[in-house]
Design a protein around this ligand. Structure first.
Ligand SMILES: Nc1ncnc2c1ncn2[C@@H]1O[C@H](COP(=O)(O)OP(=O)(O)O)[C@@H](O)[C@H]1O
Length: 324
């Protein structure tokens, strides 16, 4: 790739590290190997590579599932998180953390809000949603560019107290679509209905209203917007079992604003990519946890006036993302 042209700015991307100090294992279906300890070595390779870049990333996007749920079982959640954060600290830049299902397997929402995984300190107070413990905010790293982090487990059975109305809303929705005793078991063997499982979640109306307002402002300011979330929202960018429950509501909001250029997510460890009919790029990053030790899964994004260029490593492909 020719990255000799000086970008406006650059940033790093990495997803689904799922570190745990346990032996290698498999995913639920036993179709993919998981390298729990080695994920830390792959993160180390990523921070080394970012440090060696000619145009060093100004910040890093960590797309969720930073440590694995198994840590909870071994009472190792805090230790595992400290270990991974220490590795991130080797690279001297702000990390914007998104929350995935494994964050909630390890910590309560209240604990997460007062932890190092709450990155809202890196933006102005006015840019944070501040409603019902929703973790969503936006920041502008460079004039005419805005990043929005979304909370895909706002309406969810994981991370919300049973007494919270959003827990009940999530239960009602899942029960309408999934009659299995184990709500992690998908209601259908294929197709879009598969997404109605407990390990996914959705966006509340108040978060969607907030997103709408932020995008209106970005349109007015003629900014380009990149949105990040743990769960993908375009069916062509992921296995549908990984989609956010109300992905369609998010898509219709994105498509009513010309500022949106890219939606980045994790969760589907195989990764994915799709450019939709409105020209929005949907990028699902390959998961570190299912990346063999001799490969890699991370990227550096070079941002230019007319495009973003993703320089991928290992399983992560190089891509040129022209703006719509
Ligand atoms: N088909 C399934 N039936 C029942 N439980 C499942 C199924 N698939 C996943 N799970 C459970 O759902 C949770 C999330 O699945 P996991 O494979 O760990 O997802 P992730 O990719 O986020 O690590 C785990 O507790 C797992 O055991």
């Amino acid at each position: 790739m020719d990255n000799s042209e000086k970008p406006l700015f650059t940033f790093g991307v990495i997803a689904d590290i799922q570190y745990a100090d346990i032996d290698d294992g498999y995913n639920f279906k036993r179709t993919r190997k998981r390298y729990y300890r080695n994920s830390l070595q792959l993160l180390h390779k990523a921070t080394k590579e970012w440090s060696a870049e000619r145009f060093k990333p100004n910040f890093i996007l960590q797309l969720g599932d930073i440590i694995d749920g198994f840590n909870k079982k071994y009472e190792a959640s805090e230790r595992a998180l400290e270990t991974v954060i220490k590795e991130f600290n080797d690279y001297p830049a702000v990390v914007h953390h998104v929350w995935g299902n494994h964050e909630f397997y390890n910590f309560s929402r209240t604990t997460l809000l007062s932890s190092v995984l709450n990155s809202t300190a890196n933006t102005d107070a006015a840019n944070i949603i501040n409603t019902d413990q929703i973790y969503a905010y936006h920041f502008s790293p460079s004039p005419k560019f805005r990043f929005i982090t979304l909370d895909a487990y706002d309406v969810s059975l994981i991370g919300r107290e049973e007494s919270n109305s959003k827990y009940n809303q999530a239960m009602k929705l899942l029960r309408e679509h999934n009659s299995n005793d184990d709500l992690n078991h998908p209601p259908a063997p294929a197709g879009m209905e598969q997404r109605f499982v407990k390990f996914n979640g959705g966006f509340s109306q108040s978060q969607l209203d907030w997103l709408e307002k932020v995008l209106c402002l970005a349109d007015e300011r003629q900014e380009k917007v990149i949105i990040i979330s743990h769960l993908p929202v375009h069916p062509e960018s992921t296995d549908p079992i990984c989609l956010a429950w109300n992905y369609d509501e998010v898509l219709s909001i994105l498509h009513s604003h010309k500022c949106v250029v890219c939606f980045m997510a994790g969760h589907d460890h195989d990764g994915g990519y799709h450019r939709d009919a409105s020209g929005v790029h949907h990028l699902t990053l390959e998961g570190v946890i299912e990346t063999p030790p001799d490969s890699d899964a991370f990227g550096t994004v070079y941002v230019y006036e007319d495009r973003m260029v993703l320089k991928g490593n290992g399983r992560t492909h190089n891509r040129t993302l022209m703006y719509p």
